[in-house]
Design a protein around this ligand. Structure first.
Ligand SMILES: Nc1ncnc2c1ncn2[C@@H]1O[C@H](COP(=O)(O)OP(=O)(O)O)[C@@H](O)[C@H]1O
Ligand SMILES: [Mg+2]
Length: 276
């Protein structure tokens, strides 16, 4: 099951285009004994302390914990936005720590869609413009798939809102546009940090439902960080974080494997939650 020792030799050239792992292969996200220590002047702040985590392809995992427990730091580590102080972060079999910054950026752009608490939409562009620019930045050679965008807009219920600027949209709509922006490049992994943190209950529910739907219908692996246990409950698996470590794991409402259907003999989706 776990090919963690996949080893250095010879995997470098094709890493970005490796086929996404299928049943029984290594976890798509695999953190091994990861530590992150911030230096704040003479002070050392250990934000993540020897954390291990494995997420299978197609899973929806929530990470929940109080403020300051290291959730966002873990998000940056898993997303390749910062380097671990020690330990390994493997994304689809590739060790982030071994990559130069430019390569890490490329891997990130090809594999991961980010959703943030503050929607981070560009205010002078329409919703459509925001999605288009994200696609352009991703460096894809093929033109943006308009049909896929239509499909996403329907999935996220933002058809008819795409000509509007962020200031003309509700918070919930802005976040759904931000999700469309994250999904337009068809990332294998969606990382969301407090995606409902700035939303009222109704909009939160809608955004959570969209995340679940995109996880199911597009076959993505979703990792959502939240301090809100109610939001976390929609996940298949909930990991509780405290003081930079995962201290507890429980099943969420969707504990059935979320991987795409029609692959008989692959009931092992939840069994490799290893190292927790
Ligand atoms: N850039 C930074 N420099 C120094 N300390 C930081 C930095 N970012 C976060 N921290 C500290 O690391 C710990 C974890 O922070 P964070 O990952 O943001 O937690 P959470 O997202 O769960 O609130 C906190 O003690 C925080 O103050
Ligand atoms: Mg945070």
């Amino acid at each position: 099951m776990s090919q963690t020792g996949a080893g250095p030799g010879g995997m470098q050239p094709s890493i970005y285009n490796r086929p996404v792992s299928t049943d029984g292969a290594a976890p798509i996200i695999h953190a091994q004994n990861v530590t992150k220590v911030y230096s704040a002047g003479r002070l050392e702040v250990p934000a993540v302390r020897g954390l291990s985590l494995a997420v299978e392809k197609g899973e929806f995992v929530a990470i929940v914990g109080p403020s300051g427990s290291g959730k966002s730091t873990l998000f940056y580590l898993l997303g390749g936005l910062t380097r671990a102080t020690s330990g390994r972060v493997m994304i689809d079999g590739v060790d982030f720590a071994t990559l130069e910054d430019a390569e890490r950026t490329r891997l990130r752009r090809h594999r991961i869609g980010f959703v943030f608490q503050k929607f981070n939409l560009l205010p002078t562009l329409s919703a459509m413009g925001n999605i288009e620019i994200a696609y352009a930045i991703s460096g894809r050679k093929d033109p943006m798939d308009r049909q896929y965008l239509e499909h996403l807009s329907e999935l996220l219920s933002i058809q008819g809102r795409l000509d509007h600027r962020p200031s003309e949209l509700s918070g919930g709509e802005q976040q759904r546009v931000a999700i469309a922006r994250a999904l337009i490049t068809r990332p294998a992994i969606v990382l969301a940090d407090e995606p409902t943190g700035n939303l009222d209950t109704r909009n939160s529910d809608a955004v959570l439902e969209m995340l679940v739907r995109s996880n199911r219908e597009l076959g993505q692996t979703t990792l959502m960080i939240t301090h809100n246990p109610e939001a976390a409950a929609i996940a298949g698996r909930i990991l509780h974080m405290r003081d930079g470590q995962i201290v507890r794991e429980e099943k969420g409402l969707r504990s059935a494997p979320l991987a795409p259907p029609a692959s008989p003999g692959s009931s092992a989706a939840q069994t490799t939650s290893g190292g927790v």
